[in-house]
Write a protein that binds this ligand. Sequence first.
Ligand code: GLY
Length: 396
Amino acid sequence: MIRVSFFIMGFTLLFIACKPGDEKKKDSVSNEDEINNLIKKRYSKFLDYELDSTAFARSYNPKTNTIKKVPSSNWTSGFFAGNFWQIYRLTGDDSFKESAKAWTAFVEREKYNDRTHDMGFKIFCSYGNGLKVEANKAYEDIIVKSAKTLATRFDENIGSIRSWDWNEDVWQFPVIIDNMMNLELLFEATKISGDSTFHKIAERHAVTTLKNHFREDGSTWHVLDYDTISGNVRARVTHQGIHDDSAWARGQAWAINGFTTTYRYTKDKRFLNRAVATANYFINHKNLPEDGIPYWDFDHPDIPNTSRDVSAAAIVASGLTELYQYTKDDTFINYSKKVAESLKSTGYILPEDLDVPFILDHSFGDWSHKVEMDEPIVYGDYYFLELLIRLKALGF
Ligand code: GLY
């Protein structure tokens, strides 16, 4: 293991805590070269860091002036590697490709980790992005092996992939809506290997989620607990939302993005309709601010005096670039464009002279642990970069 010191450059900075939306569109980076240069400038600070297989950058805490670093087993490790790939795709700068390869290699060990459902986040956001840049047989083999490992968490009787192994005194078989984001890895593993098992498991998981996870109004619960004997739902609760029946913003985002991706691989209209209904719930919600960046929970009693979640907006906006292509519904692409503009504006994008190597401020981490509540977080940047790549591919 490479011994590390992930040193943080002179953070004698003044962290400008602009309130999101305050300066909306007053001062925004609008031209493509300008935004790409700013992104490069911000992330080039990470290029200087020593490689450390146990220290993937995850978030920045302005109060302690520290970067939170996590091992490859953390659900966010793939985003850090993925961001280097995506910046390379946006800018063509080879130094980002070299870092992408190095950090991606550190994620490989996760292909054996059967104790979590987060395989897609870790392996597909790293190796999957690498394959978008160039063909690589070794990367394909890692994706297939990871899919095999993830498949061991599938329960035939319940029809779902188990999310978590902890809290066993309370939950028998917890499945969280976030799990929809792991299906792309399985669909791709079938395409690579020709083994239809992975595709079938992903499709079955999506059907079970479709049946049980959604409310009449189009929103999704966060956690469903299944009975391991009968296969029935035992409870519909939250872990990261403000209360069990609230609409946790990032959960809605995972559902919209995940069902859109699932439609891409299956062409099953039920999945398309699900993505559309939840997208409409999200973008038409009375509590969604004008700039398109939601509060971290749509049902928070303190709105507007609570934090936004940039990551939720970016996940939805990126997903809607794809949903727009299937539906030709302009409201979807208009939301994507609006979010891209908002995030490029003062208050969200970190200023050029600030010595913090992330791109966006104001993502919301985890209420249940009271951590990363309103900070730059690696997955906010990841889906923002994906959004920019996708908008560019559509000619916007
Ligand atoms: N899957 C964890 C999260 O969205 O916070």
